[in-house]
Write a protein that binds this ligand. Structure first.
Ligand SMILES: [Zn+2]
Length: 113
């Protein structure tokens, strides 16, 4: 399962950061997930709870902030949000679109005790 690997990654990063701070417990993890990552928040939370059990992050709340797909038009230089995978510039109709956002997956921050 794709989410299980992601959950393990998030956990490793969060636990390493918490240990650096000398924390005894992680209470909340804020994650940024681009829409193009195709992450199912419910699935990811489920997997996270499994891998986080018996670690510093056991019982931590996983907050997933989904960011939209953003595009840049190479013809008219417009920046816009891409919806429904329509890679067409809403301003000039060009298809010379560069995806500038929506592929990220990163830990924003963690809250510790
Ligand atoms: Zn354009």
């Amino acid at each position: 399962m794709h989410e299980m690997g992601i959950a393990q990654n998030i956990l490793d990063i969060a636990v390493a950061a918490a240990q650096k701070e000398g924390a005894s417990r992680i209470t909340r993890i804020n994650l940024i997930a681009g829409e193009l990552r195709g992450i199912e928040p419910i699935q990811l939370t489920f997997c996270f709870d499994i891998v986080a059990k018996d670690t510093l992050a056991g019982g931590a709340y996983l907050n997933i902030e989904t960011v939209p797909v953003m595009g840049h038009c190479n013809d008219c230089q417009a920046d816009f949000q891409i919806e429904d995978y329509a890679y067409v510039c809403p301003k000039c109709g060009s298809t010379k679109i560069e995806v500038t956002g929506g592929t990220e997956l990163r830990l924003k921050d963690i809250e510790i005790d």
